[in-house]
Design a protein around this ligand. Structure first.
Ligand SMILES: Nc1ncnc2c1ncn2[C@@H]1O[C@H](COP(=O)(O)OP(=O)(O)OP(=O)(O)O)[C@@H](O)[C@H]1O
Ligand SMILES: [Mg+2]
Length: 227
């Protein structure tokens, strides 16, 4: 599903975020990226999402190299990926329901069917009673949950999540972990970067440690997670 071979990433300012990363993620896996701040976890997720290009090496997403795709084909790949990123922009001139409708409309859903699905996704993240609120009138945790609803509503084949429990309390974080696990249980590939030990333990899955721009598998099923 995702293949990185000898991938390096150097930003325009010269900082080297990733070095010679080899990582293969099979369809249906749950992978948890661990590692200290600045290690390269977010960079790795952005490469996997086709949002940024590698400086060296090869990235394949669903068997396709994003660097070799035209904008239209890249958009088709990105449609199959649900992104849960803190800086991933919500539309501030639309309410919560309308934000969640966006990926559904892109996927071809319209009218009552689209609204039904969007409301179900809002319910799942505990925002069923906030569908008319604009993002600016939601708390940080609520905005994060709205991003999650938007990311999962069109049932993407791959979910990439960067610190999805960052702004959430323990109960909300547990609910989000369980939701990601439920998607994984029906075959969705899930890759999550997290610092949160409770969240990490609840997700279980395969642990990949990212350190100084390199990535190694260190355990699976919740074992080997000494950080
Ligand atoms: N847009 C950018 N331009 C320049 N350097 C960047 C950029 N984004 C990240 N970096 C650098 O790349 C390295 C890896 O950053 P990255 O954000 O991937 O780390 P991280 O593991 O996600 O950290 P954190 O746990 O703090 O989120 C860091 O040294 C960072 O300063
Ligand atoms: Mg990060």
């Amino acid at each position: 599903m995702i293949s990185l071979r000898r991938v390096g990433k150097r930003y325009a300012d010269g900082s080297e975020a990733l070095r010679e990363v080899d990582l293969q993620i099979a369809g249906g896996e749950m992978v948890v990226l661990l590692g200290p701040s600045g290690a390269g976890k977010s960079t790795l997720l952005r490469l996997m999402g086709g949002i940024e290009r590698a400086s060296s090496g090869t990235v394949e997403i669903f068997g396709q190299n994003p660097a070799q795709l035209d904008a239209g084909r890249l958009a088709l790949v990105r449609q199959q990926i649900g992104l849960i990123f803190e800086d991933f922009k919500l539309l501030h001139d639309r309410n919560a329901l309308q934000n969640v409708l966006v990926p559904l409309e892109i996927a071809g859903y319209r009218g009552a069917e689209a609204r039904k699905r969007a409301r179900a996704a809002l319910e799942k993240v505990g925002l069923g009673d906030r569908e008319s609120a604009r993002p600016d009138n939601l708390s940080g945790g609520e905005q994060q949950r709205l991003c999650i609803a938007r990311a999962v509503v069109s049932r993407p084949a791959l979910i990439l999540a960067d610190e999805p429990s960052g702004n959430l309390d323990a109960a909300q974080a547990a609910a989000i972990a369980d939701m990601l696990k439920a998607f994984n249980a029906i075959g969705t590939t899930v890759v999550v970067a997290t610092h949160d030990p409770l969240f990490r333990d609840r997700l279980a899955g395969r642990a990949v440690k990212v350190e100084a721009g390199r990535a190694y598998t260190v355990g699976s099923g919740g074992k080997g997670w000494v950080t």
